[in-house]
Design a protein. Structure first.
Length: 376
């Protein structure tokens, strides 16, 4: 499930075609074969009770698994419906809109539409237990300009305007967040570098660890663990500053940063960077590291990518990064914590406390981090 929970004000859309055109911008990518749920806030109830005047809160997604006529509802879909309901209850939703995007849904009366209706009916039953209703169901083969949308159980239909011309898309792009053509593009951003380079970096890590342990021990003996941690945090911040100025990361430099991030105090401190002026440069460096580091070192960098994406409201990319981190190290505690929060549909505001903790750790070590604020 992707829980895309923006930290901005709730979105307000009144036309179904306009709403469907805005979905890629809300998700961050163009969905395919997807079951999407948009929670509707009771802040502005529509007089005709069709949900169109409500404020859109969380948007949730799961792969659309259509059952055959003689098959039960897939267990994965039932589990997704339970999670969706949990998020809707937390959001205080009075209703939801269901959007079905699937190339098999090209006609309101074909087999695929009938299977989709079965799914929606089970989801509606699950929601009803919490007093939440399905205010509308809209299906389309593809979210693209001129494509038809329709209600699977009715004669209502229309066409979708250009998604790239929607107000939501313009706002997202203006804020520096691109809209990907598919979820595969998100996954490609963290695709591993060629194995040969990762092998070289891994060899450097073995060499760097010995030098790091010796330097850390000397610093700790001279001024305690805080002095040693401060030395390592300052070293990482120096590497980030050089990276932000255009310096590349050579194999040994990647290994050095990986070893620094293995220090939980240092890693937790730099969580604060996601809330400050260096957030974009930091995320770019974490992405680079997540691609070139071997396992399990890759998990620390991927977790930092996930946190940065989560804080700026990019739930889909955060989910991809967490998948990378937990595949690299299934016991990675920070990644597990963030994954649970994302799966539960917690908004970015709910996890920003981790950034505050990072500032507190750095202050204790005597290191001044860039203050909270918009990225440069």
């Amino acid at each position: 499930m992707t829980a895309s929970t923006s930290s901005s004000q709730p979105l307000h859309l009144s036309d179904i075609g306009e709403l469907l055109a805005a979905v890629p911008a809300m998700l961050g990518f163009h969905p395919t074969r997807s079951f999407l749920v948009l929670s509707l806030s009771p802040a502005q109830q529509s007089p005709n009770n069709d949900g169109r005047g409500d404020a859109i809160g969380a948007i949730m997604r799961h792969d659309l698994l259509l059952p055959r006529v003689d098959e039960p509802i897939p267990a994965a879909m039932s589990a997704a419906f339970e999670r969706f309901c949990t998020v809707c209850v937390r959001e205080g939703a009075r209703a939801v809109l269901v959007v079905l995007v699937d190339d098999r849904l090209d006609h309101p009366h074909n087999h695929a539409s009938g299977a989709a209706v079965r799914l929606v009916e089970e989801f509606a039953d699950e929601l009803a237990l919490s007093g939440i209703e399905v205010a509308g169901v809209h299906a389309t083969p593809e979210i693209a300009r001129g494509r038809m949308w329709f209600a699977p159980e009715g004669e209502v239909n229309g066409t979708i305007p250009d998604p790239e011309s929607s107000v939501v898309a313009a706002t997202r792009v203006f804020g520096g967040s691109p809209i990907r053509r598919s979820r595969n593009e998100l996954e490609a951003l963290l695709a591993p570098s060629p194995q040969e380079r990762r092998r070289r970096v891994g060899q450097c890590i073995d060499d760097v660890i010995d030098a790091r342990d010796l330097a850390y021990e000397h610093a700790a003996r001279a001024g305690g663990a805080d002095r040693a941690d401060r030395m390592e945090l300052e070293s990482l911040l120096g590497r980030l500053a050089a990276f932000g100025d255009g310096a590349g990361l050579q194999d040994r430099e990647c290994a050095e940063v990986a070893v620094l991030l293995a220090n939980p105090t240092v890693r937790d401190s730099v969580l604060a960077l996601a809330a400050g002026a260096q957030s974009r440069a930091a995320e770019r460096m974490w992405v680079e590291l997540a691609r070139v580091l071997p396992d399990p070192e890759r998990a620390d960098a991927a977790a930092l990518v996930a946190f940065s994406a989560y804080v700026r409201g990019d739930g889909p990319f955060a989910g991809v990064a967490l998948g990378v981190a937990l595949e690299s190290n299934p016991r990675h505690r920070l990644s597990d914590l963030l994954d649970q929060a994302l799966q539960a549909g917690l908004r970015p505001e709910a996890i920003r406390g981790l950034a505050d903790t990072g500032y507190e750790i750095a202050a204790r070590l005597g290191v001044v981090l860039p203050p909270p604020g918009p990225p440069e």
